[in-house]
Design a protein around this ligand. Structure first.
Ligand code: ADP
Length: 264
């Protein structure tokens, strides 16, 4: 049940009542859950044939009797099956995270943040050298917060992957962690191509892409930021973005320092 209350004021700001609107979300929630289960089941079913295709193609590519022309087509099939596999993995990840948020199933514990950032950096090492982009990390060494470490690492990898992908060779990406009273702020900043203002409100939707041609050529599933949004929600936190075309982008993950009281 979603409850919305608005005070009603009369002359000279005198309070004359309260308007209470109750929204019954049962049907909506049920539909959401059917959609999530459907996507998760389809993704799961797709995994087996994709694995079989990749296995067969790898065997043919390793076979010395395969001629050069066939090798070329096999490389294409292999690359596309890798893309499909990444998409299915991201769809499964997204459903799993969404479901956890819905049922309150994500356990948070007090963890140091720096090792999580270092392991996210390790996961992006090959992309960093391939794109010739540098990465700086600024984080107080002893800083701890309530997190689910694997989930947070996944979100940071997604933000870093984008920051690196959309940057020019020779530039630097920065992850900065700032300790505030109520929040820990994790900023991932790049000086890459930036995002036009009209795209910002929809950026965290599944499959939304700001620059279709560029995003397609750079690869990716279009689900990275949707995953980040759900990871933020699993921490009762938020994700925001500010960006300027041609100057760069900054994604900010706000994680509460203490557990927020449950909203009924
Ligand atoms: P993708 O797999 O396409 O990168 P995401 O959900 O991670 O999908 O990102 C959605 C879109 O947001 C991207 O296609 C891209 O247009 C834009 N985007 C995300 N991060 C950045 C960034 N750091 N710089 C520029 N554009 C970005």
């Amino acid at each position: 049940l979603h409850v919305q209350a608005t005070p009603l004021t009369g002359k000279e700001d005198s309070r004359i009542g309260v308007l209470i609107v109750l929204h019954d979300l049962t049907r909506l929630r049920r539909l959401e859950s059917v959609r999530r289960d459907f996507v998760a089941n389809v993704s799961h079913e797709l995994k087996t044939p994709i694995t079989a295709i990749r296995g067969a193609v790898e065997t043919l590519l390793d076979d010395e009797s395969t001629d050069v022309a066939s090798q070329r087509f096999l490389q294409i099939i292999f690359k596309q099956s890798e893309r499909l596999n990444a998409l299915v993995e991201d769809l499964l990840n997204l459903s799993r995270i969404e479901q956890g948020v819905e049922t309150g199933g994500w356990e948070l514990s007090c963890e140091p943040l720096l090792p999580i950032l270092h392991s996210a950096r390790a996961a992006c090492e090959s992309l960093l050298s391939q794109q010739q982009v540098g990465l700086d990390i600024i984080c107080p060494e002893q800083l701890k917060n309530r997190v689910n470490a694997p989930l947070l690492e996944q979100a940071i990898i997604n933000l870093l992957t984008n920051a690196i992908k959309y940057s020019e060779a020779g530039s630097h990406v920065l992850i900065e962690v700032i300790e505030l009273d109520e929040f820990v702020k994790i900023r991932v900043e790049d000086s890459g191509c930036g995002i036009a203002a009209e795209h910002l409100p929809r950026l965290f939707e599944r499959f939304y892409r700001a620059d279709l041609a560029r995003s397609r050529s750079l690869g990716g599933t279009g689900l990275g930021l949707a995953i980040v949004k759900h990871v933020a929600h699993a921490h009762q936190g938020e994700i925001t973005v500010s960006s300027e075309v041609g100057k760069g982008s900054c994604f900010t993950l706000l994680l509460p320092r203490r557990q927020k009281p449950e909203v009924v």
